[in-house]
Design a protein around this ligand. Structure first.
Ligand code: GDP
Length: 307
């Protein structure tokens, strides 16, 4: 990827897309093509086609997607399936039509079967039933992987896919009903501290185990893959380290210096019991994350609330 190559980052306003843009800019790339969703609706086939015909990007990072936490996935089920299928089909197909040199598609760790052995190896894809709460989103992401795989097999396209673990970082969504757990808890504990509230409600039992990665580490990993990885097999991107939701809540409590108590609300879903990625392939390729969880949360908290 030459420094003046024309690179389209789809979804550059989102947490992942904006991290990719920061990474590319810091590496000296100066010909990025960016469009907000109001300028270009990637769900719309003809708008996407006109965009590719006009701009002819050489490289594509496909980070545009409808995303959300456990409640959003479970509530807006049709939207998560339809919008993600449309966005990725349009971008991947146009990348084929306009001979994009390389495309990287971003999936998610929720593509794996609910009861797959852990850590989740890439080969476990489609070996069992998915987690019910995010099945529509997972089905869309699996279709994205298969599009990349099969445009490669049928047309020889250089399309690769990366499956990130649960992410957090700047430009995350802090809406309490739609967000993921880290921004939700940062907001809840911060507001409770500011308002001297005696307790904070946290969803589920606290028992589920999750792996979390700072989005700057993800951007670093996918830049690495874009430069060095050529295979059909999609690659997990994670830290290989897991934490219970209970420990996570305690870490966030500590970072924020909140002194009240945590109240567990079992009316809210736990979701999948455990979700740890195998990072064997990524390690073998020579990449490892740098940002530790507490340090990453400290940074995100400071950026959001202490400036
Ligand atoms: P998931 O990995 O797809 O389940 O995504 P989430 O980040 O939404 O949830 C992770 C875990 O955190 C689940 O077990 C949730 O029940 C738990 N959790 C605890 N409190 C919250 C909260 O306030 N918001 C969210 N989104 N999850 C929470």
């Amino acid at each position: 990827m030459e420094k003046n190559a024309k690179i389209y980052v789809a979804g550059h306003r989102g947490m992942v897309g904006s991290a990719i843009v920061r990474k590319l800019q810091s590496e000296g790339y100066n010909n990025l093509v960016l469009r907000t969703s109001s300028e270009l609706d990637l769900r719309n086939q003809s708008q996407t086609e006109i965009f590719f015909t006009t701009e002819k990007p050489e490289y594509v990072f496909l980070a545009a997607a409808k995303v959300g936490g456990i409640m959003a996935n479970n509530t807006y089920r049709a939207d998560f399936l339809y919008e993600n299928l449309m966005i990725q089909s349009n971008v991947i197909h146009q990348s084929y039509v306009h001979k994009v040199k390389k495309l990287l598609f971003l999936g998610s760790s929720c593509i794996y079967p609910k009861l797959a052995p852990q850590p989740l190896k890439e080969e476990y894809l489609l070996s069992g039933y998915l987690e019910e709460t995010n099945e529509p989103y997972a089905i869309a992401k699996i279709a994205g992987i298969k599009l990349c795989e099969n445009y490669r097999r049928q047309y020889g396209c250089h399309f690769i896919s990366a499956m990130p673990t649960n992410l957090y970082g700047p430009n995350d969504n802090y809406d309490l009903e739609k967000s993921h757990v880290i921004p939700a808890l940062i907001r809840k504990f911060h507001e409770a501290k500011m308002n001297n509230l005696p307790n904070v409600e946290v969803w589920g039992s606290g028992k589920p185990l999750r792996e979390f990665m700072h989005v700057n580490d993800l951007a670093d990993a996918i830049y690495f893959l874009m430069k060095n990885y050529k295979e059909e097999q999609f690659v997990n991107v994670g830290t290989g380290e897991e934490v219970s939701i209970k420990s996570l809540a305690e870490i966030i409590c500590e970072v924020i210096h909140y002194e009240g108590t945590i109240v567990w609300n079992s009316e809210r879903p736990d979701g999948t019991p455990r979700k740890l990625m195998s990072v064997e392939i990524l390690r073998r390729l020579g990449w490892k994350h740098k940002i530790q969880l507490k340090e990453g949360i400290q940074e995100v908290y400071a950026q959001k609330y202490l400036r």
